[in-house]
Design a protein around this ligand. Structure first.
Ligand code: MRU
Length: 343
């Protein structure tokens, strides 16, 4: 991904967000200088992916401070604005973790806040590089070095979803860089086709062989023996290893378990939430029902139909073969609970 196409960038006066609702056909930037625009951008998936919204939220604290100074807000009002950013989407814990981390510098003013937000972004790229190497090492050791691997992934977890490089897609990119990747099956993903628009775009830019498939095709592709392992990202990992990720992920995990192939979750430790005991405690974002009742703004379902549109689902920890973080690979299904190990 060219350097100038970063998902989240601080311009000196505000945030530049690459509009992920328009890619791959249009590369347009949304310039954000106020809190309302940022909250709207996070909700509409202009910026999306757990680490990327964490990075945007971190810079959002600076935005709120600067807007507050321009408009004469009290500290209380600025803090309330930050709380709205923190709550813009409920499932990805990275948003809350990053906002809270940057808020520890709030009293020191915008420069300190910006330095912390930049550190969050920088550390995310470093974590992704480490994850890529750990995940690739583990897969090659576990599956064997004799032939290139066929990997299935769900949603977009690449440079667009993070501060750079990617989590699950970082593992894929590392395998490709080592000449150990045959093909990627990219599930198309609801609600905005993040897989077919964004993952396929990132893979195409790197010349990585890939096939886009409907989410509903994933289980069949796995059971047919066409996949060696699934590698997905996460929005929140509970203390017992239960993992919230893009809706459809649990079906992929069930198929992997049945086929006896590894199901890996790649996520930075900022996605692990020891304060959430199990997947039942993870808040799942329910989005506007029109996203499933309409297609490109045109109603497709009958007038009386209701929509059910959860953005995420929870994969039980027992189905997660391994959790890839910047620190290494924990074999969750073998009883190494992430909450215990990563606290
Ligand atoms: O609704 P989205 O596009 O923000 O959902 C994104 C995902 O579910 C990703 O898999 C997850 O955030 C990890 S991104 C590295």
């Amino acid at each position: 991904m060219p350097q100038e196409l970063r998902a989240v960038a601080w311009t000196g006066t505000g945030l530049a967000l690459l509009d992920q609702t328009l890619l791959p056909h249009r590369a347009e930037t949304v310039h954000v200088r106020d809190v309302d625009t940022l909250v709207d951008a996070i909700r509409r998936l202009v910026v999306r992916g757990a680490p990327a919204i964490g990075a945007a939220g971190g810079y959002g604290v600076a935005l709120a401070l600067l807007q507050g100074r321009r408009e004469g807000w009290t500290d209380e009002r600025t803090r309330a604005a930050v709380a709205r950013i923190r709550a813009a989407r409920p499932t990805a814990v990275n948003l809350m973790v990053c906002v809270d981390r940057v808020m520890t510098r709030f009293e020191e003013g915008p420069d300190a806040v910006l330095a912390e937000a930049a550190a969050v972004q920088r550390e995310d790229v470093e974590a992704n590089r480490a994850m890529g190497a750990h995940g690739a090492d583990w897969l090659l050791k576990r599956i064997g070095e004799d032939r290139p691997l066929r990997i299935l992934t769900h949603c977009n977890t690449g440079a667009l979803a993070t501060a750079g490089w990617g989590t699950a897609l970082g593992v894929v990119r590392e395998l490709h860089a080592r000449g150990r990747l045959e093909r990627v099956y990219a599930d198309e993903t609801r609600p905005l086709l993040q897989g077919s628009r964004l993952t396929a775009w990132e893979l195409a830019q790197e010349g990585i062989p890939h096939s886009v498939q409907a989410d509903g095709a994933a289980a069949g592709t796995i059971l047919r023996g066409a996949v060696d392992a699934a590698v997905v990202g996460a929005d929140r990992i509970a203390a017992n290893g239960d993992t919230a990720n893009k809706v459809g992920t649990v079906g992929v995990a069930l198929a992997c378990a049945d086929a006896g192939i590894p199901f890996l979750v790649a996520a930075p430790t900022t996605t692990v939430d020891p304060g959430t005991a199990t997947g039942d405690d993870i808040p799942i974002e329910l989005r506007d029902e029109r996203e499933v009742l309409e297609w490109a703004g045109v109603r497709t379902a009958p007038a009386g139909s209701r929509g059910h549109n959860p953005a995420f689902d929870v994969t039980p920890g027992r189905l997660v073969t391994g959790l890839v973080t910047e620190r290494g690979v924990l074999e969750v299904a073998a009883g190494e609970l992430p909450g215990e190990r990563l606290r």
